[in-house]
Design a protein around this ligand. Structure first.
Ligand SMILES: [Mn+2]
Length: 199
């Protein structure tokens, strides 16, 4: 898979409340980022419970994954969670999120394939495990050469990789590590997951 991941714990704590998962099932790729509330052991417990739930429900629609996970981890302190599902047949990316995890999509523009435009999608308010009012999944075209990254709020919202150059952008593992170095906050756990749609 063309996935890169990087994370860093607050104060180099052995426990990290930020976790991620990525899975392929047939022509569908699921990318998930989770931020357990706060940090430390209980945050990690909540985040791991959420990832495990998602891993066992990859075929379910996003609405069901979120509502099922919300019930399943209600005895934890809860998490923010974002999930992107890439459908290789349809050439689409669908996203839904609850809480303050973020997603950025960098798509090649049709007018100039050397250029990329950045698209942000919104997450809904709430806490998975603590309740949320609504979930608003969105789907958009996601073609060859497009990039996506999901990150927690331990990575600055204003993260801008447009200056990184094609060599770094095409090496998703290095890209993930560089994002943590350049845009990670020292005040919280930080995690990023990058995916490149190279075909
Ligand atoms: Mn956080």
């Amino acid at each position: 898979m063309r996935v890169g991941v990087a994370k860093r714990s607050f104060m180099t704590d052995p426990h990290c409340g930020d976790q991620f998962g990525h899975w392929r099932k047939g022509k569908k790729i699921t990318l998930c980022i989770v931020d357990g509330l706060g940090h430390g052991e209980d945050a990690e417990k909540a985040a791991r419970a959420a990832i495990e739930y998602v891993a066992h429900h990859l075929s379910a629609p996003l609405q069901e994954i979120f509502s099922g996970c919300n019930r399943h981890i209600r005895n934890t302190r809860g998490v923010a969670m974002g999930i992107a599902v890439i459908d290789e047949d349809e050439r689409t990316l669908s996203y839904a999120g609850v809480g303050n995890t973020r997603i950025k999509i960098m798509r090649k523009t049709s007018s100039n394939p050397a250029e990329r435009e950045t698209v942000h999608l919104m997450s809904d308010h709430g806490i998975v495990g603590g309740g949320y009012r609504k979930l608003s999944p969105e789907t958009l075209p996601f073609g060859s050469g497009d990039l996506v990254f999901l990150h927690t709020d331990g990575v600055k919202e204003l993260t801008d990789v447009s200056g990184y150059g094609e060599a770094l952008l095409s090496d998703v593992q290095r890209l993930a590590e560089q994002i943590i170095v350049d845009w990670g906050c020292d005040t919280d756990d930080a995690a990023v997951l990058t995916f490149s749609n190279r075909v």
